[in-house]
Design a protein. Structure first.
Ligand SMILES: [Zn+2]
Length: 289
């Protein structure tokens, strides 16, 4: 048993060493073609793309796109999600947009994604992971009919991977940093890609919503320029509507209660109609007998 552990450790250590040896070969190869390569790299970066990809080890963005270090600003997480409250991702987006001045954001999903597969299943994969995968389950729920109409499991996974990329592209449009950038005259483009692990090719997804103005208006934010903000502060009337707040609240409560009552009445009416239909169908069947 101990012998087995020792030989396993030796094997793992030599594999780990192989990674560092690979780095030495990489440096030598780069310097052969350009002996100033790393000196130039150290002077700064000016990537034009931000790529949000999956952490999956089979989907390395630079290698897949034959791009060099310095060309793509990259953020990776499980199943390439754009979660609105993700502090890490939002910092990456803000830095990429406001400091690096990137012109495109790419959300890259991939086939055979473990995150997508786990999200489609019902087995728990652990508290935090379950929470993370909930975002994909929401996409599944929204398109359940389409996904479940596919017979092949592989197709169902592919379908959810694509739908997930589309949903994340929409989340980028809803992001205030992106919207502000558009309003300030820097229109950042957002693209959705699906990398096919089984072929190596990247497919560009055709996504209808090409600008942040095409999403539901409730997400469309209006930013005030600094000069406008100063002006509005100066012109705000002194008589605040605070005194009416209680009345407005009561009025709103009434409206909500009425709205809920109306909804309940509508539902029960529909149920009654369907009951009546069932009874009339039964009578008709009896008559036919
Ligand atoms: Zn993945």
């Amino acid at each position: 048993m101990n012998q087995q552990i020792v030989s396993n450790s030796i094997r793992e250590f030599s594999q780990y060493n192989r990674v560092l040896e690979g780095n030495k070969r990489y440096v030598e190869k780069k310097l052969t073609t350009d002996d100033q390569y790393f000196k130039k790299l150290s002077t700064g970066q000016s990537p034009k793309y931000l790529l949000i990809g999956c952490s999956d080890s089979r989907a390395p963005p630079n290698e897949l796109t034959e791009t060099d270090p310095g060309e793509i600003f990259i953020h990776r997480n499980i199943a390439n999600l754009v979660i609105p409250t993700d502090l890490n991702l939002n910092c990456v987006i803000q830095y990429a947009v406001e400091h690096l001045n990137i012109h495109s954001i790419i959300v890259m999903g991939h086939t055979c994604c473990g995150g997508i597969k786990a999200a489609m299943a019902q087995e728990s994969v652990g508290g935090l992971l379950d929470l993370w995968l909930n975002q994909i389950k929401i996409v599944y729920e929204k398109h359940q009919d389409l996904i479940e109409s596919l017979e092949n499991e592989e197709d169902r996974l592919d379908c959810l991977s694509q739908l997930n990329v589309r949903a994340q592209v929409m989340n980028i449009w809803k992001n205030p940093i992106i919207q502000k950038s558009w309003q300030k005259g820097n229109p950042i483009m957002v693209h959705g890609w699906l990398f096919r692990v089984e072929t190596g090719y990247i497919e560009e997804l055709l996504i209808d919503s090409q600008t942040p103005y095409e999403m539901n208006k409730v997400f469309a934010l209006k930013f005030k320029l600094d000069s406008e903000r100063i002006l509005s502060k100066q012109t705000t009337p002194l008589g605040s509507p605070k005194n009416n707040a209680r009345k407005r609240f009561q009025f709103m409560q009434k409206k909500i209660i009425q709205h809920i009552k109306q909804q309940k009445e509508n539902t029960s009416r529909i149920e009654k109609i369907s009951d009546l239909q069932q009874i009339s169908e039964l009578i008709q069947n009896c008559q036919e007998l």
